[in-house]
Design a protein around this ligand. Structure first.
Ligand SMILES: [Zn+2]
Length: 66
C-alpha cells in the first residue's frame, strides 16, 4: 500500500495515477508500475529477431524453389 506522508493517508494502488504519484499532493509515493516503457534495446532485439526469421523464411522459399 503506498503511504503518503504529506497527506497521512494510505492510497489504493489502483487509485494512483500511472506514474505512482499521490493524487492529492503529487508526491511520488508508489512504485512506478512494472509495465514501464520498454527499453530501446528490446526493440533492437525484436528487430534483429524479425530480420533473422525473415531471412530464414527467404532462405526456406529459395530452398523450396530449387
Ligand atoms: Zn499526498
Amino acid at each position: 500500500m503506498p503511504w503518503c506522508e504529506e497527506c497521512s493517508k494510505f492510497w489504493n494502488p489502483n487509485s494512483l495515477p500511472p506514474d505512482g504519484t499521490c493524487p492529492a499532493c503529487g508526491r511520488l509515493i508508489g512504485e512506478p508500475p512494472s509495465i514501464q516503457k520498454v527499453p530501446w534495446h528490446f526493440w533492437i532485439l525484436v528487430l534483429a529477431a524479425g530480420l533473422y526469421l525473415g531471412w530464414r523464411a527467404v532462405q526456406g522459399v529459395i530452398w523450396l524453389l530449387q
